[in-house]
Design a protein around this ligand. Structure first.
Ligand code: NAD
Length: 462
């Protein structure tokens, strides 16, 4: 796999300050496929300086010009989609079709949406005797996870650039190659030097240096709640804007009137896709006591079908973590219906699609984010009980409700403490705001709400 041995700073690939490197491993066969530099605070500093220097000119460009550059970026991503998908498959282990459709398809749609929004958004509003100008926040420090490696970068870079901000991205250490391809695409699309910069490196080194850098005005982080807490504290101490997209433990609530087979099948597919490494996955399925056994049978059959079709999880560390949770589920008394902690293959970081029944709300597997192909099925007695269970975690990122009548599902969804709810299998909408209630985060990504994260207001009174 192609790997740059430098950082993309100020419009060119530059030699890193230090000599340390990070091995990139293919999780399907455990082979090293590339090596990238492990950035230091000095690399981060150079990138932030470049972003700062580029800010005044980029912030002053006409929205139509920013829109044109983003449209060019979308076109480059679309033209290079096969190469990007192959890279995602190689470093994340994603099955090729899923890599094409989701890992590349969604970022192209999101980049396209910001090409349009950059031009059409109203950067000025009249409020009584005031004119309110929406101005770019400044230099953005973006720290991203590996689970949707291109999407997580585009969901920050596209709105930041549309708003007139400049940006430094520190991608996850497990998936830096697709981040380097994105930097190439930015270059090809003709964005001015310094507007977008990339520093690869370890979280506690390069990530922390970026979050702490006084030249960064807004830190946008996607990742675990534990690291988000640290970043929030760092940004808070410096009175910096911060956006946090964190973990989830979302509920898939199947009301008694629902089409049970459809709700269960879509629910299982939702958890198994991307090998369970989706922050918004509905990892808790809530079923009424009367239909519980039927649902468990359907889920076991559906999960077993995924056996060979899901990819590995991203790393040996992640596999150990997921297996640990499966063992804990068994130890705490949940009933293993299919799958389990044993490795399904000798090579690669694979985890068998796993379904637990008789899970109770206080069990660890019902409370903590597992981030692997593991579904927990919980039993409820009535709607109030279902709501208590659904809202009974520290998270609030997403969810689903199924009912025979849409209005019934909507009424339940309105009482859920969560940022997104799919009604009867509603489709992902790249323009709808995405983000969490409670410890799932602060702020929103995507669409106009995502754009407004990168703008602040200046009111002129007349
Ligand atoms: P992680 O928190 O370990 O790492 C995320 C990023 O933070 C990486 O780039 C990492 O290098 C960096 N990082 C780690 N320690 C750091 C530190 N001390 N200072 C600064 N940066 C640091 O998370 P992960 O394991 O890569 O990703 C999985 C997590 O991300 C899950 O919890 C998942 O739910 C969450 N996630 C949330 C969303 C969302 O939109 N809410 C989306 C995807 C993933």
């Amino acid at each position: 796999m192609k790997a740059h041995d430098g950082m993309y700073i100020d419009g060119a690939w530059r030699a890193p300050v230090g000599r340390d490197t990070i091995d990139v491993v293919n999780p399907a066969d455990e082979q090293v496929i590339g090596r990238v530099p492990a950035g230091t605070a000095a690399d981060v500093d150079a990138a932030v300086r470049a972003a700062r220097a580029a800010l005044p000119a980029w912030a002053a460009t006409a929205p139509a010009e920013r829109a044109a550059r983003l449209a060019a970026l979308r076109d480059v991503l679309a033209a290079r989609k096969d190469e990007i998908a192959e890279t995602v498959t190689a470093e994340l282990g994603s099955p090729p079709q899923f890599a094409q459709n989701v890992h590349v398809g969604v970022p192209i749609a999101v980049a396209g949406s910001y090409a349009e929004l950059a031009a059409t958004y109203s950067y000025e509003e009249k409020v009584g005797n005031s004119v309110v100008h929406l101005e770019p926040v400044g230099v953005v420090g973006a720290i991203t996870p590996w689970n949707y490696p291109l999407h997580q970068i585009v969901a920050k870079a596209a709105p930041a650039l549309a708003a007139g901000c400049t940006i430094v991205v520190k991608p996850a250490e497990d998936t830096p190659l697709v981040a380097q391809l994105f930097a190439e695409a930015v270059h090809q699309a003709g964005l001015p030097a310094g507007v977008f910069n990339l520093v690869t490196g370890l979280g506690p080194v390069a990530g922390q240096a970026l979050a702490e850098h006084p030249g960064v005005d807004l830190v946008s982080f996607t990742g675990s709640t534990a690291v988000g807490r640290l970043i929030g504290a760092t940004a808070g101490a410096a009175i910096k804007k911060v956006a946090l997209e964190l973990g989830g433990k979302s509920a898939n609530v199947i009301l008694p009137s629902a089409d049970l087979a459809r709700a269960v099948n879509v629910g299982v597919a939702n958890v198994m896709s991307n090998s369970g490494q989706t922050c918004s996955a509905w990892t808790r399925m809530l079923v009424h006591a009367e239909r519980y056994d039927e649902a468990v049978g359907l889920a076991a059959a559906a999960a077993a079908k995924y056996g060979d079709r899901i990819g590995p999880v991203v790393s040996a560390k992640q596999r150990a973590r997921v297996r640990g949770y499966i063992e804990k589920g068994v130890a705490e008394g949940a009933r293993l219906v299919t799958g389990g902690p044993d490795a399904p293959r000798e090579q690669g970081y694979f985890v068998a699609p796993t379904v637990f029944a008789d899970v109770t709300p206080e069990m660890t597997i019902a409370q903590e984010e597992i981030f692997g192909p593991v579904l927990s099925i919980l039993r409820y007695t009535d709607e109030e009980d279902a709501l208590r269970i659904a809202n009974g975690t520290v998270y609030g990122l997403a969810g689903a409700v199924w009912a025979g009548d849409e209005a019934e599902a909507v009424a339940f969804a309105r009482r859920m403490e969560t940022g997104q709810v799919d009604i009867n299998g509603g489709r992902f909408n790249p323009l709808a705001p995405f983000g969490g209630y409670k410890q799932s985060g602060v702020g929103r990504e995507l669409g106009t709400h995502g754009l407004s994260e990168y703008l602040h207001t200046k009111s002129l009174q007349f």
